[in-house]
Write a protein that binds this ligand. Structure first.
Ligand code: SAH
Ligand code: SF4
Length: 437
């Protein structure tokens, strides 16, 4: 979502005459777009700012901005702590960037140095203004993100998102379809719909839900693949499950975070579902789409997590068998209910549990990759691999696939879906050869 937001910022700034460059040296403006989800996020931003200090000292006209959820959470504090920062602005204010620049310029012309803090939540305004911004492709990749939903009302007790991104807001169907059509015209053939709770998306006027939106997007000429992330188990409905069997454009990959396999931890997290309900959801998805690849997020060491709670997580992982997963040590976030819990888990215990969990998840990921050996899979080619003489793309299951190709065929392959015979399975990727030579 921050990648998507950075592109929108670049578009908003294009109106004010700015263009993206590849390095901070020589830039007129630097914006750090930040994430606040885990550990020492603010400290990382302050140390990054420290690294940029010589550039600001060499060019005092340079504008330094901090955007995103750390900016939202720090606000005024950042203006005090980081004298070099000119603007601090949260995720719902990007459309105001040209105005902010005007304010900075006007102040500077008048011989003052205004410093701006914008951390309000005018959610509707952001989407409406982004719609009006001219479509300027910053990158020409064949895949693109489209934000359909922002914010979160779930208030999981470990999470800062409801505080930094605000309440759940869905974009209108027509705006999303229009954006997708423009992307398809630029050659994008895979679209990933984004939202903190993407499956809570609902058109406020028509009541259309995500399955219906995916249906409409699949009809756009040029759109060959659809994905969406991140879903909450609580907002899953039968129609979206069925869409995985019925919509040929919808890829067989689902990121469905569970966080823990222990009912008492799930309750303390305020996830509002049990381990068994999650397993039943997984079974329903697999009966709609038997080859579905599943991925998840896990937190180990949530306050009060006992050995047997952790064992329940290990059991759930064994029962599901994931194709991919992201797992984290619980990180207390200031202002969230769990951070004040009196039984915090020891860091060493968290590390041991994380290592055990990741060992199991990695083994499952490798097994999933190995299952594909000998199969022929449609691969959407995206770019040259780091390895010379190879192109890389993605399988339907989101696995990176590397294929040896003659360099003069590179351009022909980018943005095309081509059958690849899988000949190698690795921890994080597959390799193969073009099936028709
Ligand atoms: N909306 C998504 C998750 C968004 S945050 C959902 O509900 O599943 C992405 C992931 O970061 C979460 O799934 C969680 O695993 C992790 N995360 C969030 N807050 C965390 C914290 N305080 N400590 C450790 N991991 C955290
Ligand atoms: Fe955070 Fe996701 Fe829970 Fe919302 S649903 S509070 S984004 S973990």
């Amino acid at each position: 979502m921050n990648v998507y937001d950075s592109e929108r910022m670049a578009e908003a700034l294009a109106v004010a005459g700015y263009q993206p460059v590849n390095a901070p040296e020589g830039a007129d403006m630097i914006i750090l777009n930040t994430c606040h989800i885990r550990e020492k996020a603010a400290e990382k931003v302050y140390s990054e700012l420290g690294r940029l200090k010589p550039l600001k000292q060499a060019n005092s006209d340079m504008i330094i901005g901090v955007a995103g959820c750390v900016a939202q959470a720090e606000g005024e504090e950042m203006i005090h702590r980081a004298p070099m920062v000119d603007m601090v602005f949260g995720p719902q204010t990007y459309q105001q960037l040209p105005d902010m620049i005007d304010d900075l310029d006007a102040g500077r012309r008048a011989g003052t140095r205004p410093r701006l803090v914008r951390t309000e939540f005018p959610a509707d305004e952001k989407f409406a203004a982004l719609k009006a911004a001219p479509r300027q492709p910053i990158t020409r990749a064949p895949t693109a993100f489209v934000t359909v939903q922002e914010g979160c009302d779930k208030f999981c007790t470990f999470c800062v998102v409801p505080y930094t991104r605000g309440a759940e807001v869905s974009r209108a169907t027509t705006d999303i379809v229009e954006e997708a059509r423009a992307l398809a015209e630029q050659g994008v053939c895979e679209i990933t719909l984004l939202g903190q709770n993407v499956n809570a998306w609902q058109d406020r006027e028509t009541g259309l839900r995500l399955d219906g939106l995916l249906g409409q997007l699949g009809e756009i000429s040029g759109v060959e693949r659809l994905r969406f992330t991140t879903s909450h188990p609580r907002d899953m409905d039968a129609a979206l499950i069925a869409a995985h069997g019925a919509n040929p454009k919808l890829m067989p990959y689902l990121h469905l975070p569970v966080q823990s396999g222990s009912d008492s931890i799930l309750k303390a997290m305020n996830r509002k579902h049990t381990a068994d309900e999650y397993l039943r959801l997984v079974a329903a998805f697999r009966s709609a789409r038997p080859d579905l690849a599943l991925s998840s997020d896990f937190i180990v060491g949530f306050p009060g997590e006992t050995d047997s709670d952790f064992d329940a997580t290990m059991d759930l992982v064994a029962a599901v068998s994931y194709a991919q997963a992201f797992s984290f040590k619980y990180s207390p976030r200031p202002g969230t209910p769990a951070a004040d819990h009196d039984v915090q888990v020891d860091e060493a215990v968290k590390s041991t549990r994380l290592a055990r969990l990741q060992e199991r998840l990695n083994a499952q990921q490798i097994a999933f990759n190995q299952e594909k050996l000998g199969q022929t899979l449609p691969v959407l080619f995206e770019k040259p691999s780091r390895q010379p003489g190879q192109m890389s793309g993605r399988s339907p299951y989101l696995q990176p696939v590397h294929v040896g190709v003659d360099a003069h065929h590179f351009d022909q392959l980018v943005g095309r879906i081509v059958l690849v015979k899988i000949t190698g399975a690795h921890a994080n990727s597959l390799s193969g050869e073009l099936a028709d030579g």
